[in-house]
Design a protein around this ligand. Structure first.
Ligand code: NZQ
Ligand code: ZN
Length: 392
């Protein structure tokens, strides 16, 4: 039975290649002092940093900078950004980058309003901050959906921990989505990001527990089909505007709330993967590519087979005349071909230098305080450890 739901998404999106000219007018609405947050330098290499500065200057803004946000952003970097906000009286934070930069920016925006100085207090629920600074985003990598969602994920490397934070005010006020800013994303990050988009559809909607609305299930499949079609094109021809545009909008729609209206958002594979990137600092989407097919194989039974087969038939070209069980197995095989042959990702955790020494601890942590992961099937730490072993 479908749950009642409220749908609201307040992010104003400027989509397209000539939209950044509106950055100055949007930034001006929030005040005069901006903290510009970015990663390890890709935005300088593609000329985007200069273009953004031009707009901020046009708006007459005073710009403070936090460069160097790490992939899998560190809580200490967030704390550094929040300290600048407090010291300088920042009015608005501007993220220019991928999901890591945007997530760090969201956490900075919240920590800037916290009387303490450690974002980890907020992320772990020790402190509650009802408000945050306004957030503006210029996206450069299609993957996480952070540009239009209410979440962020922060790593505490001292604790080998990686935790999500959520809140309705953590949505970007304004997002600039220019597909040309993703032309420079390399094949590996394009592949990983594309898997992440698909994983969001799987994890928070398609393979989530029970409730379904037919319209949404069919739209989830359309988003998945979009990624299946355009990820290989973007890898082959990085400056294909149509491919980059489709991936960018798919990224935003996979996680902006619409596709999982009224659906339990279990995010089982994400909980499992976050342990891998917390312990080994790997690329999130690559971890998901390794885990998802093994997870589907692990949960395959008579009751899950029809939905897995449906994925195969409607998204991956599996023969509809197969039995539910054979169709489901063919769907998993097709997914593996997509991830590891077409998109060129490595298929095993051992390929990434990961062994089994932390699996028991990672499995326990993935199951959190409830001691289990509740999704389409409930997983215990023992189940999760078995899935990790299948991924080796
Ligand atoms: O740091 P720079 O120099 O910018 O380089 C980045 C980084 O090395 C590079 N890159 C980004 N845009 C580029 C580019 N290189 C060339 N040209 C461009 N236009 O790509 C590398 C990866 O960037 P990152 O931001 O880490 O990737 P992604 O967008 O995949 O973000 C991953 C993080 O987001 C979290 C993940 O766990 C991970 O920490 N997630 C956030 C979610 C959310 N906010 O809702 C949901 C997701 O499930 C996910 O967990
Ligand atoms: Zn993800």
């Amino acid at each position: 039975m479908m749950k009642d739901f409220i749908f609201s998404n307040t992010t104003k999106v400027y989509f397209g290649k000539d939209q950044l000219q509106h950055l100055s007018e949007e930034m001006s609405k929030f005040g005069k002092k901006v903290l510009l947050v970015y990663g390890g330098g890709s935005i300088k290499r593609i000329g985007l940093y200069d273009r953004v500065m031009e707009e901020l200057n046009k708006a007459g803004m005073t710009v403070f900078e936090l460069p160097g946000v790490e992939p899998n952003p560190h809580h200490t970097t967030v704390n550094k950004g929040a300290a600048i906000c407090k010291k300088e009286g920042i009015d608005v934070v501007l993220a220019v980058g991928g999901g890591s930069t945007i997530d760090a920016t969201k956490a900075i925006a919240a920590t800037a309003k916290y009387e303490g100085d450690d974002c980890w207090d907020i992320i772990t629920g020790k402190a509650f901050v009802p408000d945050n600074l306004p957030i503006v985003t210029v996206l450069t990598l299609s993957a996480t959906g952070s540009e239009m969602d209410i979440g962020g994920v922060i790593s505490n490397v001292e604790l080998n921990d990686k935790q999500p934070m959520f809140g309705p005010t953590l949505r970007s006020n304004v997002s600039f989505l220019d597909p040309t800013n993703t032309f420079s994303v390399n094949a590996y990050q394009t592949a990983s990001g594309s898997v992440d988009i698909m994983a969001h559809v799987f994890d928070v909607a398609y393979f989530s527990a029970q409730e379904e609305m037919d319209m949404l299930t069919r739209m989830q499949e359309e988003v998945l089909k979009t990624v299946v079609k355009y990820a290989p094109v973007a890898i082959d021809k990085p400056d294909d505007y149509e491919a980059r545009a489709n991936l960018m909008w798919a990224s935003s729609w996979a996680l902006n709330g619409f596709l999982f209206s009224g659906i339990s958002q279990d995010a089982v594979c994400h909980m499992i993967e976050h342990e891998v990137s917390a312990f080994y600092d790997i690329t999130h989407g690559h971890g998901l590519a390794i885990i998802i097919p093994k997870w589907l194989t692990y949960i395959l039974n008579e009751s899950t087979a029809p939905k897995i087969k449906r994925l195969g038939v409607n998204v991956l070209g599996v023969d509809t005349s197969l039995s539910d069980m054979d169709g489901a197995k063919a769907a998993v095989a097709a997914l593996e071909i997509l991830f590891f042959e077409t998109l060129g990702l490595k298929s095993r955790l051992s390929d990434l230098g990961i062994d089994d020494k932390n699996f028991a601890l990672m499995a326990k942590k993935a199951c959190g305080s409830k001691g289990k992961l509740e999704g389409v099937t409930t997983l215990t730490p023992d189940d999760v450890e078995k899935i990790f072993r299948m991924c080796l």
